[in-house]
Design a protein around this ligand. Structure first.
Ligand code: MN
Length: 255
């Protein structure tokens, strides 16, 4: 099996290395990842400056790795269209430091890596651990390895990807695997206004999690309850109910 790994935390991230180690054992494994952290870049691609890729030799033997100046989506495009000798069977993006739940999916570079795979017609998996401190990667890496093994038997439908979030717990403490919906969990943005050494105003964007109950059956609830969350995600963002309602508005061309 041929596996392409990427992430948004950068080619030196221990989460990406943990994935490379489990896949290198029995898969044809390649890494194409940003040279620096590109978290929260969403699905940006690079159109207005050169893209460059340089080989990286710090990965385990048998893993071919490149660092690029691009985003996670760029990395997947570069990998599939140019750097890899053969098309990968699956693209795994992660393991991200920090959860990608609810509204995070819109901002996430990790999810966009898997989403770009889906756009290219390749099954994609995004994987994150729900902690920023003392992050355990082994359980998440082992789970994704098993998930990919299962996907070899039954592939994903077109235009879909899987978003996996793993609580930062030892395997023995995890309660199971939950198949979930994307929640509405979000961060409330806040701006800190400061003054730079030249007396000019600048802003620093931050946010804190909105206090809201986690709805049963969602990604956020599963992770809070100690389950590995697997959410099937579709590329098509059309809202079918609103589509019906909008038709009844009888909009017309102004003449
Ligand atoms: Mn990240």
């Amino acid at each position: 099996m041929r596996v392409l790994l990427t992430n948004d935390d950068g080619v030196g991230s221990p989460g990406l290395r943990a994935l490379a180690e489990v896949f290198a054992a029995d898969c044809d494994t390649a890494v194409v990842a940003p040279e620096h952290e590109r978290s929260a870049t969403g699905h940006a691609i690079t159109l207005h400056k050169p893209l460059r890729a340089r080989p990286v030799t710090t990965y385990p033997a048998g893993v071919t790795a490149w660092a690029t100046n691009g985003t996670p989506a760029d990395c997947v495009i570069l990998g599939v269209l140019e750097l890899l000798h053969q098309r990968p069977d699956v693209v795994v993006s992660g393991i991200n430091v920090g959860a990608n739940l609810g509204r995070d999916l819109t901002y996430s570079g990790t999810v966009s890596g898997a989403m770009e795979a889906a756009i290219l017609g390749i099954p994609g998996i995004a994987v994150s651990v729900a902690s920023f401190e003392d992050v355990r990667f082994e359980v998440a890496a082992g789970f994704v390895r098993e998930l990919v093994r299962r996907m070899a038997e039954r592939t994903l439908p077109g235009d879909t990807l899987l978003n996996v979030n793993v609580p930062n717990l030892p395997a023995a403490s995890l309660r199971g695997v939950a198949i979930t919906r994307q929640s509405a969990r979000r961060y409330l943005s806040s701006l800190e206004r400061r003054t730079d050494p030249r007396g000019l105003t600048y802003y620093w964007l931050a946010g804190r999690r909105e206090p809201m109950p986690d709805v049963e059956g969602t990604d956020a609830r599963a992770v809070a309850d100690g389950f590995i969350s697997v959410t099937p995600v579709h590329l098509n963002m059309t809202d079918d109910r609103l589509l019906q309602e909008l038709r009844s508005w009888n909009l017309t061309v102004p003449r």
